[in-house]
Write a protein that binds this ligand. Structure first.
Ligand code: BES
Ligand code: ZN
Ligand code: ZN
Length: 592
């Protein structure tokens, strides 16, 4: 091995003068492309997972390690034809372990206040750095340009208790609420950075990671639990399970709260991601019933069958359901957390179309599979109630979810059919793919039976909502500024944002001008303002003074926009609904 001149230097010396870099095929410790170790006398030893015969694999380490002025190559790197990564041959220092059985540590680092300056470790990072005699800080400085927000660096072999330490970039310290972005930037940065770090630990197959609270243990827990979630229920090969734990003793309550919030969103993600042949209306209801089983003392679940729906005269809902062989369910859950069982409840209503083919107005086949998540409204509101129960929130909440499939068949709605909703209004079904509003019309009428403090419905209602806002925010249509303020304030904290949309008469006219019935289920100018005409339609079934309709079609799925959610169904805005309920439970005054 060629070790240019570094043989007798101390680590401190090395960091102050031109650094020697060794590229070695020392051993495989991770499935990352690049892994750094601190092994005396070299401040950085890089292990390359895949040795290519060409030297192109050197590009990445050399780019990262811009500070290095000398590079030494272990001869075996140049000679190797096959990777030689047997773990049994890996000469880790005595007392150190890695991979399965070891423990990871995730630490945060803030961006320097000066442009291009070194990252500043968090309080926990500082404490750990002292335990390793300042080696973490030295390595961080030696291993390339300052750590960027949302990026991670891994160091191995620094401390016996933590064979792998991942340092994540938290961005600017005390960034606070950003009024352009309408969210708390510190919290968002923590969620994103912790998620990235935890996934690195998962890639290393380390079963447990202690997570730095980074100044906000709730946000850190949310980043960890949301960032690690993946739907792999139906795969034989699953990602290794990583259990995140709070590092240190401070902030345990906030950490637990973050875990509960994130698990709530993950429940909604699970239900939305699952195939429609697994989550049918009855399976959905039974799954929620089982989740609420843990809180049986103050929860009641009613799984209402088709006969009950018929006696309720929910003709609009039934007209959609009858196109499918799968029977509809009306799920009704009562969480009694309030001081008094008859305190006015918050009522949540969620669209529960477990598969939306469009019906006779059939959707195009490409991308139709995503319509298994058309029960996202039901999934998010029911998950929010499960979460409220887990948090023992001091208020009463009722959840209502009309559940069915929208399928084409000899019994399905036909364009032009007229159906009658629970409140007696007739509806001309001009497009069978605008089915969500038919379910919600009846569920909203039913919601008025409970003297609600507020009625909030969530629905993957219109493609137009996705066109309007994309995945940035849930569109909120509401007749109550009081309700809007609560939802908005909640969303700043959770980072799962809302944006107010109009409920103008302008749109109402476009759904009430209908040849055969009181209402048409589509706006007369078809696509124009599609999310707004859908909201105007729903308003025809609302008399309550505090009602909000959340169109969640745009936030239904995540590609890569939210960095702490993997690709897939997003379960948004479950945490905002929970935070909203928590805030409502602290506000005893309902405006008139
Ligand atoms: N479930 C869809 C809306 C949707 C689209 C949700 C994309 C999520 C992603 C809804 O039932 C629907 O099909 N709406 C129609 C309404 C139209 C026919 C007026 C739409 O948006 O195209
Ligand atoms: Zn539809
Ligand atoms: Zn739909």
């Amino acid at each position: 091995m060629c070790r240019d001149g570094a043989g007798t230097s101390s680590l401190g010396d090395l960091c102050q003068r031109p650094t020697t870099l060794i590229i070695t095929n020392f051993f495989l410790i991770s499935n990352l492309n690049l892994t750094s170790f601190s092994l005396q006398p070299f401040p950085l030893v890089l292990s390359q997972q895949t040795l290519l015969r060409s030297l192109s694999f050197l590009t990445e380490p050399l780019q990262v390690l811009k500070g290095c002025t000398q590079v030494s190559l272990e001869p075996s790197v140049l000679q190797a034809e096959q990777p030689q990564f047997s773990q049994s041959r890996s000469p880790l220092p005595r007392g150190y372990s890695r991979g399965a059985g070891g423990k990871g540590l995730l630490l945060g680092a803030y961006a320097s206040e000066e442009e291009g300056g070194a990252a500043q470790l968090s309080a926990a990072g500082d404490a750990f750095d002292s335990r390793v005699s300042g080696r973490l800080r030295e390595l961080l400085a030696a291993c390339g340009p300052p750590l960027k927000k949302g990026k991670a660096r891994i160091f191995h072999g620094l401390h016996q208790d933590f064979p792998s330490v991942v340092v994540v970039g938290l961005g600017k310290k005390n960034a606070g609420v950003n009024d352009q972005e309408n969210w708390d930037e510190d919290k968002e940065n923590i969620r994103a950075a912790v998620a990235v770090g935890c996934r690195q630990i998962q890639d290393l197959e380390i079963p447990c990671v202690e997570v730095d609270p980074c100044g906000d243990a709730q946000a850190a827990a949310e980043g960890a639990v949301l960032g690690l979630h993946e739907y792999n229920e139906l795969k034989q090969k699953k990602k290794p399970v990583v259990t995140p734990q709070l590092h240190g003793s401070a902030g345990n309550e906030a950490w637990q709260k973050g875990v509960i919030y994130a698990e709530g969103q993950n429940l909604a993600r699970y239900l939305m991601e699952a195939p429609a042949n697994y989550i049918t209306p009855i399976k959905f209801a039974e799954y929620i019933e089982q989740k609420l089983g843990n809180f049986a003392s103050n929860v009641k679940v009613h799984i209402r069958p088709e006969s009950w729906i018929a006696t309720q005269q929910m003709g609009a809902f039934l007209s959609v359901a009858k196109g499918s062989a799968e029977p509809p369910i009306f799920l009704e859950i009562h969480y009694l957390g309030g001081a008094n069982a008859n305190d006015s409840p918050l009522v949540f209503v969620g669209k529960g179309v477990t598969f939306d083919s469009g019906g006779i107005s059939l959707k195009p086949s490409s991308g139709m599979d995503a319509m298994r998540a058309d029960m996202g409204g039901a999934a998010t509101v029911c998950s929010a109630i499960v979460t409220a129960a887990a948090l023992n929130l001091p208020l009463n909440i009722i959840g209502l979810a009309p559940l069915c499939e929208n399928m084409p068949s000899g019994k399905a709605n036909k364009p032009g059919d007229v159906v009658r909703a629970k409140n007696g209004k007739t509806i001309q079904v001009d497009n069978t793919d605008a089915e969500g509003r038919l379910l919600l019309a009846d569920a909203l009428c039913y919601a008025h039976n409970f003297n609600a403090r507020a009625i909030v419905n969530a629905a993957t209602l219109t493609g137009a909502m996705d066109v309007a806002l994309g995945s940035a925010a849930t569109g909120v249509f509401t007749n109550s500024s009081w309700l809007w303020n609560h939802l908005y304030e909640a969303s700043i904290v959770t980072g799962d944002r809302v944006w107010r949309m109009p409920l103008f008469e302008h749109y109402t006219k476009q759904v009430t001008d209908c040849p055969l019935a009181d209402l048409s289920n589509i706006g007369k100018y078809s696509r124009a303002g599609g999310a707004c005409t859908a909201a105007a339609f729903l308003r025809e079934f609302v008399t309550a003074p505090h009602w909000a309709h959340l169109d969640i079609a745009g936030v239904m799925a995540n590609k890569d926009e939210v960095p702490y959610l993997r690709k897939g169904m997003a379960g948004r805005p479950t945490r905002t609904l929970v935070e909203f309920a928590a805030r409502l439970s602290q506000d005893s005054h309902n405006p008139k």
